[in-house]
Write a protein that binds this ligand. Structure first.
Ligand code: DAH
Length: 315
C-alpha cells in the first residue's frame, strides 16, 4: 500500500484510492468496523496502521500539490531580458500646447482669460464692433450665416464686447476660441483659432499696446530682441488701426496681428464713456503663430487629426 500511494501522480487518483480505503465501503472502514472482534494487540496494530495510512495520504497530497505549484510557477516565469513593447504615449496637440503658452504669458501680464459662444448674434460679432448692417467692412470677412441671422463667430473680437458689457471698465482681458470663415487654402482654414486682447482704462495709449505686444512676442518666440514694424491699417472697431509685423529669422517681415485703439463707438456700445476711458485691442490667429513657431507651411495639418503627422512632426 505504501508504494502504491507514493507512486500516485495526480490528486484525482489519490482521492479515488483514499475513497477505496477510507470511504463508506472502504477496506479500512470495514476493518475498523470489525475491530471489536480483535484482541488488544491486533487492535493496537490496526489503529497504528490506520494512523500511518492517513499520514501517508496526507503527505502524498502535499507533495502532489507542491509539484503542481512548482510547475505553474515555472510556466509563468517572466523573462525580464526581453525588450519591452514600446509604450504608445500621447502628447498634447501642438495647438493646445501653444494655447496654454499664450494664455500663461498674457495672464502673467495681468490679462484675464475669457471665452464666448461660437454661435454668435449679429450685435456681438458685428454691430457693437462698429460694423452695423450694410457697413462695407462686413465684406472683409466671408461669414457663415444662419437662417435666423446669427453667425458662426468670425472673430474673437465678439468676446471683448461680452466682457465689457458684463464687467465694465477698467478691464484687461483676452478672449480665445475658434472662429469661422468661408475660406480654405494653405494659410486659411474654415475654422481657426483667434486670440483677442483688450485693455481699457484711463490714459491707455498706443505705446502701452506696442510694449505689451513686443513683450508677448518675445516671450512666445523666445527671442530676446523683437523688431516690430507698425503699418497703418483699417478695422471698424479701432481708430487708429494698425497692422503689426515682426522681423523673423533671416530678416523676413511677417504680419503677426491687427490692433489699434478701441473706437469710441465700441466703448459707447458697451455703455462706457470714451471721454473718460481709452483702450487698445489686438487680435491674431493663434494657429498662425503656432505655425511660425513650429515652422509649418500648411495650417490645415493642425486640423486633419492625423496622428502619424503629429508623431512625425515631433510635438
Ligand atoms: N478681428 C480682426 C480680424 O479678425 C483682428 C483684429 C484686428 C482684432 C484689430 C483687434 C484689432 O482687436 O484691434 O481680422
Amino acid at each position: 500500500m505504501d508504494d502504491q500511494i507514493k507512486n500516485i501522480k495526480t490528486l484525482e487518483e489519490l482521492q479515488s484510492l483514499y475513497t477505496s480505503v477510507f470511504g463508506k465501503n472502504g477496506t479500512m472502514t470495514a476493518r475498523l468496523r470489525d475491530m471489536k472482534n480483535l484482541d488488544n494487540d491486533a487492535r493496537a496494530a490496526l489503529n497504528a496502521e490506520n494512523v500511518l495510512l492517513r499520514e501517508l495520504f496526507k503527505t502524498r497530497q502535499a507533495e502532489i500539490e507542491n509539484a503542481i505549484l512548482m510547475d505553474n510557477l515555472a510556466k509563468q516565469k517572466l523573462d525580464v531580458s526581453l525588450n519591452p513593447v514600446p509604450e504608445n504615449r500621447g502628447t498634447l496637440h501642438p495647438l493646445t500646447q501653444s494655447l496654454s503658452e499664450i494664455s500663461a504669458i498674457l495672464e502673467s501680464f495681468g490679462y484675464t482669460r475669457w471665452t464666448g459662444p461660437e454661435l454668435e448674434d449679429d450685435w456681438h460679432n458685428f454691430t457693437a464692433l462698429n460694423t452695423p448692417a450694410h457697413h462695407p467692412a462686413r465684406d472683409m470677412q466671408d461669414t457663415f450665416f444662419l437662417e435666423n441671422g446669427n453667425v458662426l463667430r468670425t472673430q474673437t473680437s465678439a468676446i471683448q464686447i461680452r466682457a465689457m458689457e458684463s464687467d465694465g471698465v477698467p478691464i484687461k482681458m483676452f478672449g480665445i476660441g475658434s472662429t469661422y470663415r468661408k475660406e480654405m487654402d494653405a494659410t486659411h482654414s474654415p475654422m481657426f483659432g483667434q486670440i483677442e486682447g483688450l485693455y481699457v482704462d484711463k490714459g491707455v495709449t498706443m505705446s502701452d499696446l506696442i510694449a505689451d505686444v513686443r513683450m508677448f512676442l518675445s516671450r512666445f518666440f523666445e527671442m530676446d530682441d523683437v523688431e516690430l514694424r507698425i503699418r497703418p491699417s483699417y478695422f471698424p472697431f479701432t481708430d487708429p488701426s494698425i497692422e503689426i509685423d515682426m522681423k523673423w529669422h533671416g530678416g523676413k517681415w511677417l504680419e503677426v496681428m491687427g490692433a489699434g485703439m478701441v473706437h469710441p463707438n465700441v466703448l459707447r456700445n458697451c455703455g462706457i464713456n470714451p471721454d473718460q476711458y481709452q483702450g487698445f485691442a489686438f487680435g491674431f490667429g493663434w494657429d498662425r503663430l503656432a505655425m511660425l513657431k513650429y515652422g509649418l507651411d500648411d495650417i490645415r495639418e493642425f486640423y486633419n487629426g492625423d496622428v502619424r503627422w503629429l508623431k512625425n512632426a515631433g510635438f
